[in-house]
Design a protein around this ligand. Structure first.
Ligand code: AMP
Length: 281
């Protein structure tokens, strides 16, 4: 397995693979890799001849008061995990390799990026779309792998690929959880012991909501009220949003039907965590 910070080295390597008739999968990440990321890489390895993992904390997807400087990083551990998972190349650029000082072109999306996380993080998806578009242009993969953990991000990426005619298959992968239900996340490292326990309210609310839909409840308010109640009972938790939307358009729903995404963002202390489930009704 190789690691490089240079765009040209990635391009040259992928060109060689293409010359040999090999298929290429891409797994975009911000590093500090865990089992959630690993599941994406393992799937990519199974479905492609060669796999590139990008490992880049993308500054332009962080808002001004967000955790860009604190975001955890450990490239040595990331290398080991990628190697174990069977990746072929890690792309780990410095911000300067991705963004020239006079960088001035962004991919901006309406609607799909405006609800849910877009309300609290108004410039986030512009940063995500721009970096993912750049990674697609740098690597030119056949397939790219994203986790349902970031369900709105997946909807946004699928919409970008459709709207801009990018010839890349987007593969969605299920949420990997800790034993007690908490969705794995690089940001879980911010939690102290007490907060870590409190953080299980997110998955507990997810499982309750999932059960209610399974048992036939279709009134969104009834489901959301039950989910919010569980979270509000935890003193360390503060709800940013708990909402039910169409999983593809991210438009709000009053009745649960179709592909329904129930998503939440909750502050546990200062740490903002997200979780969700999708039901096909
Ligand atoms: P990040 O490094 O947080 O930007 O995540 C990179 C990719 O890994 C995204 O597509 C995430 O949705 C995915 N991912 C992160 N955590 C998980 C998880 N617990 N289960 C599945 N996929 C995940």
């Amino acid at each position: 397995m190789e690691i490089t910070g240079m765009v040209d080295v990635v391009r040259k390597q992928v060109k060689e693979w293409r010359h040999q008739g090999l298929t290429v999968g891409l797994v975009p990440t911000m590093g500090y890799l865990h089992e959630g990321h690993k599941s994406l890489i393992v799937r990519a390895v199974a479905e492609n001849d060669r796999v590139v993992v990008s490992d880049f904390v993308n500054p332009i997807q962080f808002g001004v008061n967000e955790d860009l400087d604190d975001y955890p990083r450990d490239i040595e551990a990331d290398k080991r995990l990628c190697e174990e998972a069977g990746a072929d190349l890690i792309f780990h650029p410095e911000p300067g390799e991705m963004y020239a000082p006079d960088f001035s072109t962004y991919v901006e999306m309406q609607r799909v990026s405006e609800g849910l996380c877009g309300k609290t993080r108004p410039t986030h998806f512009r940063g995500v779309c721009t970096v993912v578009c750049k990674l697609f242009n740098i690597v030119g993969p056949d397939r790219a792998y994203f986790g349902q953990k970031d369900a709105q991000q997946m909807a946004v990426i699928r919409r970008m690929v459709r709207d801009l005619n990018m010839d890349i298959e987007i593969v969605g992968c299920p949420i990997i959880r800790e034993e007690d239900g908490l969705a794995k996340s690089s940001r879980n490292t911010y939690l102290n012991e007490e907060e870590r326990k409190a953080a299980t309210v997110l998955s507990r609310a997810v499982f309750i909501g999932e059960d209610m839909l399974k048992n036939g409840e279709r009134d969104t308010d009834t489901v959301l009220r039950a989910m919010r109640k569980i979270i509000e009972e935890e003193p360390l938790a503060k709800i940013d949003y708990v909402e039910m939307v169409d999983a593809d358009s991210i438009e709000p729903l009053t009745k649960a039907e179709g592909r329904v995404l129930t998503a939440m963002a909750v502050y546990i202390g200062k740490t903002r965590l997200i979780d969700n489930f999708i039901a096909e009704l």
